[in-house]
Design a protein around this ligand. Structure first.
Ligand SMILES: NC(=O)c1ccc[n+]([C@@H]2O[C@H](COP(=O)([O-])OP(=O)(O)OC[C@H]3O[C@@H](n4cnc5c(N)ncnc54)[C@H](O)[C@@H]3O)[C@@H](O)[C@H]2O)c1
Length: 432
């Protein structure tokens, strides 16, 4: 099939490359000329495992191209995916300006029947708005489809190629049939294609993310209660997770959730519920708990040191999670700002995110070339992202490099008893 994917970020680039891999002709459109130029030269603007190779193969075989020219992309395609950002607007709602701009420009470029597929995460009612915008601009026939994306950064290609489910919200059978055909190769292993109305398709993406965010905030509160009562969250989590009705995913306490999706989607869901006079009380609490949790390591440092003035803290991990360089809403950001505001300095290391971090902190912090280099002379190590390379470090080397053997572990990577046996003062989340 001939496909245009508009918006070549995490979602658009992965979707475009994976659709090309299955034999489709895909043109990825982005309004950012620098990004498009880089992609045309084979440079991938984000870090996502396996993506570079996938893009290279499909470019070489001429199934995947990149352009800023939306009009040409639309005219040559039957299916147009909208995969642009839907950032948080001033009042917490999802800002739809990019989605609606692409819908309008797509409509103006149409030269026949098109399926306009919304892949961005958008509030209920957006398909209706997209349809109105398109109808105003063209007399050509079209179908509007909602096809929310559930991929996880860090495992995005696998998630797209082998999805748990494909959700297709469609209001007419023509659009639904084309989408079913497009996704058939991705669902051969038995994952269901779930056909539904557009409003339900739009809502299920928010409900899924909000549920995952709720599990994280819930477990962070359980961990905080463990600290207050002397219980151990490792034991509590294992017992809770072994209940088959509950399961083990997304129950690890830590420094709070971040990234480009959970924070913004929780906010947007609270907001569009409020617009319908519904107070989504659980999600309001989920957000408040998460904001507090992001500063949990800072309060542990403050209670340990009394004052942070003049201290130097080594920070391991800046990305909001491992296997990505994305720092949007990363817990490392408020934590580092908090440490700096308390009068301490920061030396940070991350395997992938340092170029992004430079854009956020500039020269306010120093950047280390390696995890160990960050430690030299620091008063403590704070662990913020659970990269695999941090899991089995050389503790004797850490001890020699730090000015005192002190670790604040926001990801519960180590065994507290073993660390104490190594001579460390060790603080983690929810464990004695
Ligand atoms: N990142 C994720 O893990 C993820 C997962 C599922 C769903 N989503 C949703 O998918 C959407 C996109 O997310 P993302 O992380 O890929 O965003 P992103 O910010 O990485 O990429 C968006 C891209 O769209 C481009 N763009 C904006 N307006 C444009 C226009 N008018 N014409 C052409 N290009 C335009 C931008 O230049 C940018 O390259 C969001 O709604 C997000 O919530 C994201």
């Amino acid at each position: 099939m001939k496909i245009a994917v508009v918006g070549t970020g995490y979602v658009g680039l992965v979707a475009g490359a994976c659709l090309a891999e299955n034999g489709n002709d895909v043109v990825c459109v982005d309004k950012d000329p620098a990004k498009v130029r880089a992609l045309q030269r084979g440079r991938i603007p984000i870090y996502e495992p396996g993506l570079e190779e996938l893009v290279r193969r499909n470019r070489t075989e001429k199934r995947l191209t990149f352009t800023t020219a939306l009009e040409r992309g639309v005219r040559n395609s039957q299916i147009i995916f909208i995969a642009v950002g839907t950032p948080t607007g001033e009042d917490g709602s999802a800002d739809l300006q990019h989605v609606l701009a692409v819908a309008r420009d797509t409509a103006r470029a149409m030269n026949g029947y098109k399926v306009i597929v919304n892949k961005s995460t958008v509030p209920v009612g957006t398909a209706v708005k997209v349809r109105e915008v398109v109808r105003r601009e063209t007399t050509h026939p079209f179908s509007v489809v909602s096809n929310p994306e559930f991929l996880k950064q860090g495992a995005a290609i696998d998630d797209f190629m082998k999805p748990d489910r494909v959700v297709i919200g469609a209001e007419d059978p023509r659009g639904a049939e084309i989408m079913k055909e497009l996704y058939a190769p991705f669902t051969r292993t038995g994952a269901p294609i779930m056909l539904m109305d557009c409003a339900s398709a739009e809502l299920c993406k928010y409900a899924a993310n909000a549920m995952l965010a709720t599990r994280i905030s819930f477990m962070n509160e359980v961990a905080n209660l463990c600290e207050a009562t002397g219980a151990n969250v490792d034991q509590v989590r294992r017992a809770v997770a072994s209940d088959r009705r509950i399961g083990a995913s997304f129950l690890f306490p830590g420094v709070g959730y971040g990234g480009s999706c959970f924070p913004k989607d929780v906010k947007a869901m609270v907001r569009f519920a409020a617009e319908k006079d519904y107070q989504f009380a659980i999600l309001e609490a989920v957000e408040g708990v998460n904001d507090r949790q992001k500063l949990r390591l800072l309060s542990k440092m403050q209670s340990h040191f009394g004052s942070l003035k003049g201290k130097r803290i080594a920070v391991w991990g800046l990305a909001f999670k491992p296997r990505t360089d994305d720092m949007r809403e990363a817990p490392s950001v408020p934590l580092i700002h908090g440490i700096l505001a308390a009068g301490a300095s920061v030396t940070a290391y991350d395997p992938e995110a340092i170029p992004i971090a430079r854009g956020i902190f500039g020269s306010k912090i120093t950047y280390a070339e390696s995890s160990y280099a960050a430690l030299k002379g620091a008063d403590a190590l704070a662990i913020v992202t659970e990269w695999n390379t941090f899991r089995e470090p050389d503790f004797e080397r850490i001890k020699k490099l730090l000015s005192q053997p002190l670790i604040f572990d926001g990801r519960n990577l180590y065994n507290p008893e073993q660390l104490r046996a190594h001579g460390f003062t060790y603080f983690s989340i929810g464990r004695p």
